[in-house]
Every structure is written in C-alpha cells, then in structure tokens.
Write a protein of this length. Sequence first.
Length: 131
Amino acid sequence: MIKHIKNGGNDTLYAIKAIMTLDTNDVTIGKLGSFSFQNGVYVYVGSAKRNIQSRIERHIKQDKKFRWHFDYLRPFVDIVEIQTYPGDEGECHLFHRLMKEYNGRIPVKGFGSSDCKCTSHLFYTDLTDEK
C-alpha cells in the first residue's frame, strides 16, 4: 500500500519514494539512454501546476504510454510513499533539499530535469528504513 502525505490543498510539488528490490540492468529511460540501477530507495521530485492528483495517479499506474522519465522506471520499482508540497519552495530547491536530507546521489543525469538546469530530479539512497 502506498502512503500518501498531503501538506495542503494547493500543493503543486510532489516526491515519489520507490524501492527497487533487485539490481536492474539495461533500463531504457526515453532518449536519455540505457542505465543500470542498484537496489535501494529512489526519490523522484516533480511538479504539476494543474491537477496534481491526476499526475500522481498517472505515475502510480504501470500500464500506460510512456511520456515522463519516471514512466520508464516505474515497472522496476514499488512506490511506497508519495508526499505533496506547496509550490513556494520550487521543484529544484525541493529536490536538492530532499537529496541532502537522505544523503542521496544522482543515478541518471537529466532524469526529470529537461526543463531546468538541475543535473537530475531523481536521487538514489541505500537507506531502506522509512524517514
């Protein structure tokens, strides 16, 4: 079961925490290429200026046409938590703050960050217990 944490009714940012239970090779992430992922916790940070709930529900589904980078990773992970945040902080700042809190590292450059100057909006941590 996925744990949903909502901070407010006007949230526009979200963080998806997912677990990859096995090391996985040759995962194609759209035009970014193929990558290997090690087992552990992955956190993806995104935004939706309109209808955040629809975006989150789409990310949860596995049977869909792939559009976002997370869609390509989704079949290989189990989502355990989704938390929403107000938009004041900004998607990029939220990503960097969470990555620092979790002592994360970037597994794929360009993941989810094609519309900004960030290296990525996906980080990995071997932290296995819930924060």
